[in-house]
Design a protein around this ligand. Structure first.
Ligand code: MN
Length: 344
């Protein structure tokens, strides 16, 4: 029986969290001495050196201390994912393929020890789309993973590619066949001229959200969801600003293109957001953002998440327990919507 919320006694509403990260030595840069090169995160990944050095132990912990945080916050179950950029940032195809396998096997070992507490998002080497499709199938059907996390565009040698590009058809075929969600997670923008002089804005302050919103819009404008009408994409941070922007995007698109007879997609932006996307609360514990997101995608498509360990558990859980919602709405967002989406 579901626990009822009781704000007076501080009893915790049951929660499932979905954007919870771990780190693995195979997928981070190393310095000449063989240690982890934390400076490289600041340079290329938009994460300050001192932050990365400080939270690396938490990223590596997928045992007692993480479970303790979950227990304190009433988080019953967490779907774990490799921290950004993960496999997407590996330029060499063969290395990306082998690291993806190693990470997925590592995660599977973790889940097997605590199957009632941890689930997994697959890492896939989109540098080799056929392999990514096979690996996703292995992760879902043999390792029991709940979906796949993709950290933005994929580095391929000296090029980059976005998920709407034709080379990724085998990946989307597999996603549709397996019927699992794709969590589109931020990484910093590839083009950096716009941020010259402002390295503080490259990462989570602005660049992550702007880049991920762009990527999600590329999926819509490519007609991907018309070709794969059941495809489901999960966005963090309450939709990377898209709920607030949706009306204007659709309005301008209609005026400049659709009414002139040029149609890139069949439905409206708002329809895709409400029918092909789920949004999580990761790192965006704002009553006003939640209100806007609910009005665009509906309460049934909002999912609680923290973004641990980049975000602390306590403020995230305290917010979802007190933000203005009915008990039924709160239960859906904190727990029940995730059970339905991930077939938990
Ligand atoms: Mn994250």
């Amino acid at each position: 029986m579901a626990m009822e919320i009781d704000r007076d006694t501080g009893a915790r509403v049951r929660k499932i969290a979905l954007e919870e990260h771990f780190g693995h030595a195979a997928a981070v840069p190393h310095d000449a001495a063989g240690g982890i090169d934390f400076d490289a995160f600041e340079g290329s990944e938009g994460v300050p050196t001192d932050l990365m050095a400080r939270i690396w132990p938490s990223l590596q912990d997928i045992g007692e201390s993480r479970l303790n945080q979950m227990d304190l916050g009433g988080v019953e179950f967490a779907i774990l994912s490799l921290t950004q950029p993960g496999v997407q940032g590996i330029r060499k195809r063969a290395q990306a393929v082998s690291v993806a396998r190693e990470i997925n096997d590592f995660l599977a070992d973790t889940i097997v020890r605590k199957p009632n507490r941890f689930g997994g998002f697959a890492s896939v080497a989109l540098q080799d789309p056929e392999h990514a499709a096979e690996e996703l199938d292995r992760c879902v059907n043999r390792l029991g993973f709940k979906g796949v996390m993709v950290n933005g565009f994929t580095n391929i040698s000296d090029e980059i590619a976005y998920l709407d590009e034709p080379m990724f058809t085998p990946f989307w075929d597999a996603v549709a066949a397996l019927d699992v969600p794709v969590y589109l997670h931020p990484r910093p923008p590839h083009e950096r001229r716009a941020y010259h002089g402002h390295p503080e804005m490259v990462g989570a302050v602005w660049g992550f959200g702007a880049e991920t919103a762009l990527h999600a819009l590329r999926l819509v404008f490519s007609g991907l969801f018309d070709r794969y009408p059941t495809a489901t994409v999960v966005l963090g941070h309450l939709g990377e600003m898209l709920p607030y922007a949706a009306w204007r995007i659709q309005h301008i698109y209609e005026n400049l293109y659709e009414r002139q007879g040029t149609k890139f997609f069949q439905r409206r932006i708002q329809d895709y957001l409400a029918e092909n996307f789920y949004l999580t609360t990761s790192g965006n514990f704002s009553d006003t953002a939640l209100s806007c997101a609910r009005q665009v995608v509906g309460t049934d498509r909002i999912l609680f998440s923290i973004d641990y360990p980049y975000e602390a558990t306590a403020p995230a859980v305290e917010w979802i327990e007190k933000t203005p919602l009915t008990d039924t709405e709160r239960r859906k967002i904190a727990h029940d919507n995730a059970v339905r989406l991930f077939k938990l």
